[in-house]
Design a protein around this ligand. Structure first.
Ligand code: GDP
Ligand code: MG
Length: 837
């Protein structure tokens, strides 16, 4: 029987996982091993994927993947077999502990600690663990104010560092991406493994979620094999206690010879004790390492492989920093990274041929392939230890069950999700409006203040029009961005994001992606750059690449100011609706692009959809605020640097060259008007009117003849068919640095009445051609908004695409594709619109 045939609510036992490669490995590592109990909990609204409970946590699988897993409804042979194995393994551990004294077999190996790079009281500590085990929480809490922030998403994709002092020691904490194992299949796994091997942190803190200890400890078994100094943070201890279970972690810790410290990351409990243990381990000169017993058959093969290495000069692989036993185990497992390394050895041929023989042996004797055999043995080791120390779980959290029933409901699931998104955008737009007005007012006051108190001249123009006008135009959107991030932070921290991926999987599947891609896409609404980086969590390269290319069509918060400005100026009544429409259109383009790419450049099969669904957790105010602050400060920093520079450059291009002759001509015209007034030929009002007219003409002539005017005019012919004039063209051009700059440029270009600092909104609405017809007709506004939505992801995101795809070619492709498409769509809107209206 197949897992996919299991009815909702039924239980069964795993017999075997079919298939191959990354998918199979991941499934095994997630705990789908022989004899394990699995329960089908519920179907997504579109019947696919399906949520299963295994090893006390929840995971979602697609139907097409569940087909690959053979099950049996009877605990029968599968279960007994596995249990026997666990017991046998456990016996072996205890037996070997005594054996050690008798005949000296090396089950506990003693190892001299590697050279310490810092003889001072400085400890480098790497935080390692499964996704969602609480690494970042502990990191933030422990490193407090000293953190360097580089992490954006709920998904840590890069390492980030922070420092703290405790008991006279200086700790450097490194928050690593979450991984389920250290096999070399996903980029994160490779990253983490490389970090351990190459950076050699002094102590590794393995963060283990106590509420899913069995699966979390799998990673620990891999660390044990690497013989690195470890302390286990038994995090989420509160959840374990709430579920009414007890865990004799001291006994378990002594079994694996690793100190375990219970912690509650959320409340900071146990962190000082954890640091104490880290110091203890750091000070320790020698270590006793437990060896994971792999059972007689595998141990024999490992021994044979070790002997094979006798002929190899040890210095040749000493630089890998891997114990020989680890190398042999990984070779037998078929680990690609280790295979690659071994291929550089002169004896590689013998080693590989021996390895292949041993693999066949294992398969014959154990009736399962080496990968499963090793995974089973590791899980067996953990299960054996936990059986003695951890009491059985009674019930899955009612709260999670109830919420999931609602959130993933057949009929309610989607409406709820879209309602949430709608509330998010409404709040961003409406709520954000109030503080936005205050900031706008402040910027105006500041502008007028400076205007009134500075000497006429280029410097005044630079400060007022360049700096205050440019940066001020962008800073007013800070409240909107803070609100948007508040929502995203809440979604990520509560666990709802994973449910969104779960219910979206089937739809994402239609465009050739899977639910996991949905998370970077949603993040893209915040900022495309971290979103592009978050695509790293997608295992298959083709899906990763496609996701990366479509992320820029998600309206990032940098585009938000542009939308808000135009929406509040031209369609204030339907603000929320128009914005939602823009976001939706971006999504549509993304979907079409994904389909096209899947059919052409990236035809390869899709990734497995194996995703953990963490229990719902109420986010702490602190974590949400940190999250929000991280992102908002990122926005502010962007403004300090690039936007300020861009504003100044654009101001410069717009201010120069000055033309004294022309200025004099305008001055004399004004003088003439004044003279007329003095002679009482015209009234005060008439004088006012005429002067304004002349000033306006002066400004326009000046701008047209400035450098920027010339650049704008140069590209104008290409933009004319879209109804864009040269000012719009220049704004769009400058927006390539960052989309907010579109606005700051407009702030500089549309100077309006120079005597009074009006809001940009008014200035835009007043803008007209020489014949008095408005520049921003509804069609131009629509085309412009779409153009901003689609064209050229900012410089930073192009760099991110280059980094993630490792190719300038693909980055360039992304630029050309998006800009071309933007032009084409704005063209259609303007031309077809003109025909119809
Ligand atoms: P990471 O993926 O390992 O970095 O995990 P995070 O630090 O992002 O934490 C995942 C979730 O677990 C967040 O919602 C945290 O608020 C929550 N969390 C962290 N530590 C604890 C804890 O000790 N107890 C409980 N109940 N929740 C926690
Ligand atoms: Mg994290």
């Amino acid at each position: 029987m197949r897992l996919s045939e299991l009815q909702t609510g039924q239980k069964a036992y795993i017999v075997k996982v079919n298939g191959s490669g990354a998918f199979r490995k991941r499934i095994l590592e997630m705990g789908f091993i022989r004899g394990e109990e699995v329960k089908s909990i519920l179907n997504a609204p579109l019947k696919d994927p399906i949520k299963y409970e295994i090893m006390e946590y929840e995971v979602s699988l697609r139907r097409s993947e569940a087909v690959m897993i053979e099950i049996s409804m009877l605990a029968g042979d599968a279960r007994n077999d596995a249990l026997h194995k666990e017991e046998a393994l456990l016996e072996e551990v205890f037996a070997s502990e005594t054996e050690e004294n008798n005949n000296g077999t090396e089950t506990r190996a003693s190892l001299q600690r590697h050279d310490r790079p810092h003889p001072e009281k400085r400890i480098r500590v790497a935080l390692l663990g499964n996704p969602n085990s609480g690494k970042t929480t502990i990191f933030n809490l422990a490193s407090g104010a000293h953190e360097h922030v580089g992490n954006y998403s709920g998904v840590t994709v890069d390492s980030k560092e922070g420092t703290l002092r405790h008991n006279g020691y200086e700790f450097t904490l490194i928050d690593l991406p979450g991984t389920y194992s250290l096999s070399a299949y996903t980029p994160e796994e490779l990253f983490v493994r490389k970090h351990i091997l190459d950076e050699k942190p002094d102590v590794i803190v393995n963060v283990v979620s106590a509420s899913a200890a069995e699966r979390n400890l799998y990673l620990t078994t891999e660390l044990i094999d690497l013989k690195v100094p470890i302390v286990i943070a038994l995090n989420m201890y509160d959840e374990l206690e709430e579920s009414g279970r007890t865990f004799d972690y001291e006994t378990f810790g002594s079994l694996i010879n690793i100190p375990m410290v219970p912690t509650v990351g959320k409340r900071g409990e146990g962190i000082p004790q954890l640091l104490e243990k880290v110091i203890d381990i750091y000070k320790q000169e020698e270590f006793d390492y437990v060896q994971i017993p792999y059972g007689r058959v595998l141990e024999k093969s490992i021994g044979i492989m070790e002997r094979e290495f006798k002929n190899v000069e040890p210095t040749l692989y000493a630089g890998w920093n891997m114990p020989l036993r680890y190398i042999c185990v990984k070779l037998l497992e078929g680990d690609r990274d280790v295979e690659k390394r071994v291929r550089t050895l002169p004896q590689q041929e013998q080693i590989f041929s021996r390895r292949d023989k041993e693999r066949i042996y294992i398969e014959k004797l154990l009736r399962e392939d080496p990968e499963s055999a090793f995974t089973n043995a590791r899980y067996g080791f953990i299960a054996g230890g936990l059986k003695e120390t951890l009491t059985e779980k009674t019930q899955f959290s009612e709260k999670t069950k109830l919420l999931d029933a609602l959130v993933t409901h057949k009929y309610i699931g989607f409406p709820l999700f879209f309602l949430f998104l709608w509330v998010m955008f409404e709040a961003t737009f409406r709520l954000g409006n109030y503080p936005m007005e205050w900031i706008e007012w402040l910027v105006e006051q500041l502008g007028n203040l400076v205007r009134g108190n500075m000497q006429e001249g280029p410097l005044k123009a630079l400060v007022v029009d360049g700096i205050i006008g440019g940066v001020g135009g962008v800073i007013v959107f800070l409240p909107n961005i803070v609100i948007l991030y508040l929502f995203i932070a809440f979604m990520e921290d509560s666990g709802y994001m994973a449910r969104a991926a779960f219910i979206m999987d089937k739809l994402m599947h239609r465009i050739g992606l899977h639910g996991k891609s949905f998370i970077p896409l949603i993040m893209g609404f915040g900022c495309n750059v971290p979103a592009i980086m978050a695509t790293r969590t997608i295992e298959s390269r083709s899906s990763r690449m496609i996701t990366m290319f479509i992320v820029p069509f998600m309206s990032c918060s940098a585009r938000l100011p542009v939308y808000i400005l135009f929406v509040s100026a031209f369609v204030p009544k339907y603000g929320g609706l128009v914005m939602l429409g823009l976001y939706a259109f971006g999504i549509l383009i993304a979907a079409l692009t994904a389909r096209i790419l899947r059919k052409t450049a990236f035809k390869e099969e899709e990734t497995p959809f194996v995703m953990e669904l963490p229990p719902y957790r109420m986010p702490t105010t602190k974590s949400i605020i940190t999250h929000m602050w991280d992102r908002s400060s990122q926005y502010l920093r962007k403004m300090g640097g690039p936007i300020l520079i861009a504003s100044i450059v654009i101001w410069f291009l717009g201010y120069f060259p000055q033309n004294a002759e022309r200025d004099a001509a305008f001055d004399s015209e004004i003088a003439m008007v004044d003279a007329q007034y003095d002679r009482s030929e015209i009234s005060d009002e008439e004088r006012e009117e005429k002067t304004t007219e002349i000033e306006h003409l002066r400004n326009t002539t000046h701008q047209e003849n400035s450098y920027i005017g010339n650049i704008g005019k140069f590209i104008e012919p290409a933009m004319r068919p879209l109804g864009f004039d040269w000012k719009i063209s220049v704004s769009l051009l400058s927006g390539m640095a960052a989309k907010e700059i579109v606005i700051s440029t407009m702030g500089v270009l549309y100077t309006g009445d120079s005597e009074d600092q009006q809001s940009l909104q008014h200035r835009l609405k007043a803008e007209s051609y020489a014949d008095g017809s408005p520049i921003f007709t509804p069609l131009v506004v629509a085309g412009f908004l779409l153009f901003v939505l689609i064209y050229f992801p900012c410089v930073a995101s192009v760099v991110a695409i280059k980094e993630e795809s490792h190719s300038w070619g693909w980055a360039l492709f992304s630029v050309l594709y998006s800009t071309g498409l933007a032009w084409f769509i704005a063209f259609l809107v303007y031309q077809i619109g003109n025909l119809l209206i």
